[in-house]
Design a protein around this ligand. Structure first.
Ligand code: PHE
Length: 414
């Protein structure tokens, strides 16, 4: 950031009171891990694409979108927490980093695509631990049909084909009704059409789950793949669902999906179509399929990581040595009548220590009864994935964290 401008992907943007994009985040934007050959995220993308061969496969849309694209066009209410600067990265009040691939639905439907997949990096401000990272990857998929007899015939035929395939497979599905009072049909839609679409959505995704996990959990008669459907809510779909898969003894949340709302279709100039969309997070799935223990590893350039993988093949990650953890605490008083969001603290630590920070936890918070001032204590776990850190190095990082706390937030170190 220079003065009142910030450069993002080679373009200059004016900054304002909303600006909170950090140098660490800006440095991630060009990397596009989902397109790097042999990277686990790229292999997972191809694996999903290969299951939908007749769909358009998109993976190069810019991560810079407007809040209008990311939220308003998808009917997010004005007071939705996702809009706040504590949860999302803003370049300024007019531009932000997409928080989900759904930000492109209206644009892609609007281009006339009826069956498409879109894989991309998405950005959310979050805490720091082994399974959260402020950048991750999603694949969005969608299919829309003409909202008339010919379109519904197409859905029915596809449902027959998919159901036959699933019937021959070793999969157990815990279903929920296509429609329910909490998960209703759109007023503008015929409930019978919506049910056909919801069924097509479920069949298509059950079949994708079989493609991704089937071979790996056996999916034998004695050990079938288990998939569970749950009712959900998203502002731009109804009915909406979440899908979970039982894998290595745990239910794993895989994706969100639903029947696209008429408002979203209208915004895309496809009012006369009807269909479904889903969005799935790639890291979480790749972590279990490859047994990758820490989400930071996806960003490693170490050959001991990258050298293990071949494009198109899912293999089990062989951990190389784990280096020692180093815990450092920092306690401080906040200036009177101010607060510090945990996500602000985490971005500050990332800007100082990058991927050397493994975990950040608040271990104490209290308000002084007389002065009313607030005191916080955070414990930072520094651990490199590639090498041993020296004492001097972690002390220097910790000193930088303290200095930035004073500098950016005017705290008083205790
Ligand atoms: N965008 C949603 C998420 O990030 C997932 C989703 C996509 C839900 C499409 C419904 C339809 O959680």
């Amino acid at each position: 950031r220079h003065g009142n401008h910030v450069t993002v992907l080679g373009e200059q943007y004016p900054t304002d009171a909303m600006t909170n994009i950090s140098p660490t985040i800006i440095s991630k934007l060009p990397l596009r891990l989902h397109t790097q050959p042999s990277h686990p995220l790229s292999t997972l993308r191809s694996l999903i694409e290969s299951h939908f061969p007749s769909y358009a496969h998109l993976s190069s849309l810019s991560p810079i979108v407007t809040p209008y694209q990311n939220f308003d066009l998808l009917s997010f209410p004005q007071d939705h927490p996702g809009r706040s600067a504590t949860d999302s990265y803003y370049i300024n009040k007019d531009f932000m980093l997409r928080t989900h691939t759904s930000a492109h639905e209206v644009e892609v439907f609007g281009r006339g695509e009826n069956k498409w997949l879109l894989t991309a990096d998405v950005y959310r401000r979050d805490e720091i631990d082994g399974s959260h990272y402020p950048v991750f990857h999603q694949t969005e998929g969608a299919r829309i049909f003409p909202a008339d007899a010919s379109g519904m015939k197409e859905v029915e035929d596809d449902n027959v084909r998919l159901a036959a395939h699933l019937q021959r497979s070793n999969i157990i599905i815990e279903d929920v009704p296509h429609l329910s009072p909490q998960n209703p049909c759109q007023p503008a839609h015929d409930p019978e059409h919506t049910k056909l679409i919801a069924q097509n959505l479920k069949l298509s995704l059950n079949s994708l789950m079989l493609h991704l996990f089937g071979g790996r959990v056996g999916a034998t008669a004695e050990n079938p793949l288990r998939v569970r459907w749950i009712e959900a809510t998203f502002p731009w779909t109804t009915p909406s669902f979440e899908v979970e898969v039982f894998f290595r003894g745990k239910w794993l949340e895989i994706l969100g999906c639903g029947v696209v709302r008429q408002a979203t279709l209208d915004n895309s100039n496809v009012s006369n179509k009807l269909g479904w969309a889903f969005g799935l997070g790639l890291e979480r799935i790749a972590m279990v399929l490859y047994s990758i223990p820490d989400i930071r590893l996806f960003w490693s350039r170490d050959e001991r990581f990258l050298g293990q993988f071949k494009e198109g093949a899912i293999s089990t990650f062989k951990p190389y040595s784990r280096y020692p953890a180093c815990f450092k605490d920092v306690s401080f008083w906040l200036p009177e009548a101010t607060s510090l969001h945990e996500n602000d603290f985490c971005d500050l630590v990332r800007d100082v220590a990058g991927d050397i920070v493994e975990d950040v936890k608040m271990i104490d918070a209290f308000t002084h009864p007389k002065s009313g001032r607030k005191s916080l204590c955070y414990r930072i776990n520094y651990r490199s994935m590639d090498r041993s850190l020296s004492n001097d190095e972690t002390n220097e990082l910790q000193a930088q964290v303290k200095w930035q706390l004073i500098n950016q937030f005017g705290v008083e170190i205790r």
